[in-house]
Structures are given as structure tokens and as C-alpha cells.
Design a protein around this ligand. Sequence first.
Ligand code: 26V
Length: 825
Amino acid sequence: MTETASDASRPADTAGRVEALKAEILRKLTYSLGKNASVAQPHDWLTAGILAARDHVVDVWHRSTRESYETGRKRVYYLSLEFLIGRSLADALNNLGLTGAMAQAMRELGVDLAAIETIEPDAALGNGGLGRLAACYLEAMASTGVPALGYGIRYDHGLFKQRIDGGKQIEVPEDWLSFRNPWEFERREASYKIGFGGSLTATQKPGEVFWEPEETVFAVAYDTPVVGWRGRDATTLRLWRARAMHPLSLDAFNQGDIVGAVAERNRAEAISKVLYPNDSTPAGQELRLRQEFFFTSASLQDLVRRHYRQFGRLDNLADKVAIQLNDTHPSLAVAELMRLLVDEHGLPWEEAWTITSATISYTNHTLLPEALETWPVALMERLLPRHMQIIFGINARFLEEVRRSSGGENVDLSTISLIDEHHGRRVRMAHLAFVGSHTVNGVSALHSKLMEQTVFAPLHAIFPGRITNVTNGITPRRWLFGANPGLTKLLQEVCGDDLTDRIGNIRRLAAHTGDAALHQRLAAIRRENKLKLAKIIRQDTGVTVDPDALFDVQIKRIHEYKRQLLNILETIALYDAIRSEPYRDWAPRVKIFAGKAASNYGTAKAIINLINDVAVVVNNDITTRDRLKVVFLPNYNVSAAEVIIPAADVSEQISTAGMEASGTGNMKFALNGAITIGTLDGANIEIGERVGADNIVIFGMTAEEVEAAKHNPRPTSEVIAATPHLEGVLDAVASGAYSPRERDRYLGLVEGLRANDWFMVLNDFESYRQAQRRIDSLWADQGKWWRMSVTNTAHCGWFSADRAIGEYAERIWHVPTSPDTTAGG
Ligand code: 26V
């Protein structure tokens, strides 16, 4: 591990720091772990290193928290069912400017820091983009001086681990807490009762209701500090763990009923047992609703209590508190805050409503109809009777107000009602979040526009100013400085050392777009990164790949709308083309895929299987051997992304237009200099606007064309007949050319495509194929390629999470940020 970005500009006496760190590590090893250095294992050194680093984080954290408390500053509470954190040690050391000193200290103790960093568990408390965004934002808030707390669930088991066995995905339970989590602090004093079920009685006071839950569980807080850039500030990740009120029934135990004795405990603790994967259809299970209410209620009780202790009143809540709902998962916050204000603090309904909607705002992350949460009214009434009553109350007042102000004209109340009456009475969680928020945002310009035009059109007509856009961002600390130290060093040479403090300065690179010497150095850095990835590919899949080939990468959750299927079908067409003209000068390519499929999403699993089957055939064919390789890397996670992204030449962002809300992987790749092949979808559009049309390869139907085609589909037989090569590719897959031992394995997949091209795989095939050939010719001209790459890096600083957080802070939360950190690129 070399010195990193933030170390260099630290004035402190390096030798002194190394000595001090060595002493701290040895102290942790001896007194916290009870180990002697001579017998310590790699995991002991890792834990000792984390505990030593954590002390430094805690110093920052306490100062930061004290300052925000003493100044009475407004605080942001980011409620998210997912935080996809990944590993923390390298990130914390980087932000503290301690990477070099820690590496040296460990080296002097006989330990390789880089090696032990890779055994830190990858905290996978999220599915994908939404969860990683929450993690990036917590770090960015710490880096831009926004006092903030992230609230979520401390799942015992994060997202499953993926093995590939015989080409098929196998899910293995994830177990990140099995050896304890050295980063966290248990807070026994921060523990709240969370009620479920039971009955309601009206009290003397009008509007106030007494809820006697039938079941109560405890939510216990676990805090992890998240340190920002240069250790200036830290935010808190507070995760809730479910505990039973009565962990053991001695009565049952004494009667020999061992299972019954721990039944309550098991039922309670199930709530924080495991993260739900995004399924092809929403979870819908009662346990998921219990999770949502559990963490929402605990978080709101906690923040209301903190506020009340500090200020002794609640009428100023919206001045001091901003609550951000990360998707609809915490949208019960609207009802829970109303309950706390009305039932527990005796505020009149109208005042409580004003406070609630002035405090809460909501981010939408998908428009896919099947992903929009609704809960059956009957289930809500049974599990959360008071909240259901409050939701009815909100709805009745809301509809009445609309009726009154519109005179009953032109508004179809059934479209705006919080209750969907068409599918067996269900609560529309997105409507609840929308109505209960002062601001609702989408995550890219296109997505926010589509929110206004589609799912939220009726509500948008009633609240015309409420929807706004904040295009997503990524933290450059992890995704550029941490993941790509070679590139960072070069960028600092060109753009100045303070690049890491002002990512906007990355634009200075644009003045060197045509510099051939720079291109050479960039190519050398990329090659190093590719060698590192090639080593992992060989270890994990047995496939040897050439670092001088073009690395063409698609890494993300496997979903039909993300169209890994389009990619692999085009790969097959390319394979056929190379075989039919073996002597042509084909640009050598490595097609790299990684991603998990939800366990019950059959089509996504079939796509994984197909990619692996194609890989076996292609990789063993001597005619294409040095021109084409196909790789499926198992168990995609944050740590894998950190290695793969800096090694990518081409970034595949090929979702059906209108379906990917934003994407954030697209930003990480472009910032690291990969060339995007993509559709006009989500943030791809904004990447294109920044880098210019010549520096991105766009193909395919637009969102409007997709919408039109859905309503008036062209027969697939016609599309196939009009598309060169497509029939042959589909036939080969359907007839078992890639699955000789089970020839009908992909019959269903292909028949599905032929029956209905909902995701426009067939419709976009030719356009995509031509775009790939354009990539080939661009790659053939390396001077041009590196000019494009430089332009991408130079113009993607704007996608920094600091810029995104700056926009939230200014336009939604109304909190200040430190002035020098949020400048975009
Ligand atoms: C959930 C489901 C569940 C059922 C059906 C299919 C489906 C598809 C997607 C999802 C995830 C919804 C929430 C989510 O993760 N959205 C992602 O949020 C990212 C951060 O804003 C954004 O960059 C991605 O484009 C968006 O898919």
C-alpha cells in the first residue's frame, strides 16, 4: 500500500505517527484481543488495525457531534432500509490521511496492510444502487459538513453470497457479523419499544387515541461512525437490532417446552435477521412490513426524543430536523410521526400535519410498476391498527381538500387516493410518501420528468411544485481515490494536489486531452489495473484473459430491464462473426459480467446460466481463443466493483430506455475513464451531455419510442426477420447449441422473447450490434480512444456525491454545507 491522496498534504511528523500507530495497534492486540504479537493471526491484526483506526474516527466523531449539538444546527436523518457499505478500513484510513502511516506501522510489525484489508467482511446490507447510494451519501455528508444520521436495520445476514456451480447461481447465506463487527458501538440506552397489533381506545382528548399493542419488541441501537474527507467531520450510521422483551419463558421451559420457551424471542428477532432481496415481484410478506415499521418507528422515536430533549418543544421540529425517505420503504414515517405528535405529545391534528409535511421529503428510485410498494389494508389493520386509522384520516382530509378546491371537476379521485380500491384495497406507499412530504425527488433528469408524466401525474397536477430532480452522485473518495490510486496520482500531477479537496478541478485535465505522453501513462495505469483484475478472474473462474484485450464490462443486479440478455446475445453474434471470418482483424475482447439474481427470479437466473454456458463454449474454441473471452465473475459486491471498475475499457449501461431511474455504476466507470456504451436512459443522458456526443456511444430506442412501442408493439417475427443475424442467434440458443447436455434449457427464455419483447431486446439488437462495431473501430485508434477516455474523466466530476448532497442541502433540507467542498466538476 502506497501513500495515498490525503496523506501527502498532511504536515504531521510521519515517523512519529508511525511509531504512535504501532503502539496503538499493539495495545489493541494485547488488551482488546488478548493476543500476543507472536501468535496473532491475520484476522487479529485486522481487528487491531480497525480498532486503532476507529479511535481516530471517534475523536472526529465526538467533536463533530458536539459541535452540531452545541450550535443547535439542523440535522438530516436519512432513513433507508439498505446501506450497502462494503469494507470500511481502507476508506476510513484514506479519509483520515493515515493510509501511508498505517501501512508503514503494519509493515514494521511484519504485516501487509493491503493483504489484511481484503479479509475485512464486505458489509452487504443492501441490494444494489439504492443501498450504495445511501452509503455514498453518508460519507459525502461527513465530507461536506452536513450533520447527519443514517437510520437502518442491523441485519444479521446481508445480501446472500453467490456461488456459481455448473453455470448456475447458488445462494449461500451471508454472515458478516459472525466474528463481531469491530466498527460498531452497542447503545443499550438507546432502545425503544415497537408495538404491533392490538386494540385502540379513544381518550378524553378529541383526536387522541390510545393504542394498546398486542406485541412489543425492543429496537436497540448500534452506532457506526462514518468519517469524512480529511477527518474534518463524521456522521453516524445508527442501525436497529430487534430484541425480545422476554427472551425466555421460564414457565414453558419448566414444562419441557424448549421451543415454546424461546418462541417470543425468535419471533421478535426475526425482524432484523435478514435483508430482503429485490424480487421480481415485491416481497409482500408480513415480515417485510414488520421490518419497515420497526426501523421507521425506532428512528422517529429516537429523533423526536433527541429533539425534545434539546429544545423542549416540537413546534420547531421542521426547523431543526430534515427526514429523507430513501424510497417508500420508510414511508410509514408519515403516519408514525403523526402518531407521535398527536397521541404522545397531544398536538392538534392540523398542527401535527403541518410539522410532519414540513419535515419529511421522499426520494423515488424506480418507476417500474411492479416495484411500487402497496400493502393490503387488511394486513395493515391487523398489524398497525392506529397507523391505518391515521392513513385513512390523512386520505379523507386530502381528498376532501382536493374536492373542495377543484370543485369536483376534472380530478379522478381514485388515481390520487392513498388507497387503491382496484386490487383488493391496498395502501399505496408512494402516494403516502408523496402526500406527506414537502418535496419529492427523482434521481436523474429523465426519471424526474417521467415521474411527472407517468406514475405521479395526477398528484403532480395537484402539487405542481413538489417534484424536483437531484441527479445521483457517487463518492470520489471510494470510487476514484481509493479504488484507483494510480490514476489519482496522475490526476493530481496534472490538476493539482488539491484535486482531492476540489473534485471540480478535474476539469483541468481537459486541457491535456490530446497529450500523447499522458495517454501512454493512462494506458499503463489501466493495464496495471487490468492485470490485477485478470489475476482475480483466473483465481475465481479459471479463465486466463489478456490484459491487452478490450475489457467490456457489465456489472449490476441481473434484471430483464438491465438487459444482460441483449449483451450476451450480441456476444454470440460476435462469436459467430469471428468464426465466419477468422482472418479479419478483430479487436480482442473480454466480455465481463457480474451480478446477482433474486433467488425467485427465474428469468434472471436463466440469464446467468446462459452467460456461463456461452462462456464455456467460447472460451474453449481455439478459433476465437485470442479474440474473444466471456467471463462471469461470481459474487459481485462492493469490493469486487472496486477492482473491476478501474480495469474497464467499456462500460455497459444498456437498460431499456425509461426503466433505469439513474444508475450510479455508469458514473463510476466514466469518472475512471471507461467509455460508455449505453441507451438514452437515466443518468447516461447527463453523462452524454457532459462528455459530449463524440465521447459516448449511444444506441437504441428512446424512452418515448419504448413507450409508443409498448402500446403498439411490432410483431416480434417481423423484428427478427428485419434484423440480420438475430434469427441465427436465437435458434442456436433455443436449440441447445450452448447447453448440449440439456438442449431445451433456454427454450423458455427464447420463446418468452419471441412472444413478447417487453424490454426491447429484439428491437434494440441491431442498433446495439452496430454500436459495438463502432466501439471496435474507436479502439483500433488508440489515440482517439484515450482522448475520449480523458474527456470522460475530465467532465464527470459533476457526478460527485458532494454535488448531489449540496443540492439536497440547499433545495430540500435547507442546511448549510462547508463552502469549499461541494463544488462540482
Ligand atoms: C426493485 C424491484 C422489485 C420488484 C420488481 C423489480 C424491481 C426493480 C428494481 C427494484 C429496485 C428499486 C429501487 C432501486 O434500487 N432503485 C435504484 O436506485 C438507484 C439509486 O437511485 C438508481 O441509480 C437505479 O437506477 C435504481 O434502479
